[in-house]
Design a protein around this ligand. Structure first.
Ligand code: SF4
Length: 211
């Protein structure tokens, strides 16, 4: 890993080694962003440091299944949890740009306020827009973003979920490999792009959290 903890680095580690490095480098200045899609990253992290803060952005537009998945995660792991809630729930729902900007990106700014780094479950196989992601990056705020499972395939994820009895959002088995807000998430349209069910009918591919 880099000596400063802020520069991008070239050598990828195992997921656990990347998390161990992040925990030792940033301590309480580290947050794990959880989307309620599954608990793979939460499980990996909690086995290393059960005191880490977990952040969840409650946009107000989540599927009931996502909220139930989050409740199950909280019940099992009992994490220190920060739920970030936007105050403008009804303005411009689903409008590309405006809505994600207010209800997701700005809320992530709040969740990361005072932090130096965050963990994300982003993977290259999530879709073409993420195919060049790195395990350690610097985000637009200048914070270090660690993607421990960036190189994992779907098979890697499935194997880990089965071996560790991981909590998974039930929508995953119903044609939703990528789960965002309900108004903007449909069942998948192309097996080649797991994110093809997001913002269907528009050219939007990312909410902005990972840009
Ligand atoms: S995913 Fe859709 S509903 Fe959710 S914040 Fe973005 S535009 Fe709004």
């Amino acid at each position: 890993m880099s000596e400063t903890g802020t520069a991008d680095h070239l050598v990828e580690s195992t997921a656990s080694a990347a998390i161990e490095w992040a925990v030792s480098e940033f301590g309480a200045d580290l947050t794990l962003l959880c989307s309620g899609q599954d608990a793979v990253l939460v499980d990996l992290e909690m086995k290393i440091d059960a005191t880490l803060e977990l952040a969840f952005i409650d946009t107000g537009f989540h599927f009931n299944e996502t909220i139930e998945t989050m409740l199950a995660i909280v019940e099992r792991y009992q994490p220190k949890l920060r739920i970030v809630v936007p105050w403008r729930h009804l303005d411009g729902v689903g409008k590309p740009g405006f809505c994600c900007s207010d209800h997701k990106v700005e809320q992530l700014d709040h969740a990361l306020d005072g932090k130096r780094a965050w963990l994300s479950g982003l993977r290259r196989t999530d879709g073409p827009s993420r195919s060049h992601a790195r395990q350690v990056e610097t985000d637009r705020r200048g914070l270090t973003k660690i993607n421990p499972i960036v190189a994992w395939t779907d098979a890697d994820v499935a194997e880990y979920e089965q071996r560790h009895d991981i909590i998974v959002n039930p929508l995953r088995a119903q044609g939703y490999p990528s789960i965002g807000c309900a108004p903007c998430t449909s069942p998948i349209r192309s097996r080649r792009d797991p994110r093809s069910g997001r913002w269907t009918g528009s050219d939007k591919t990312e909410c902005g959290l990972h840009l």
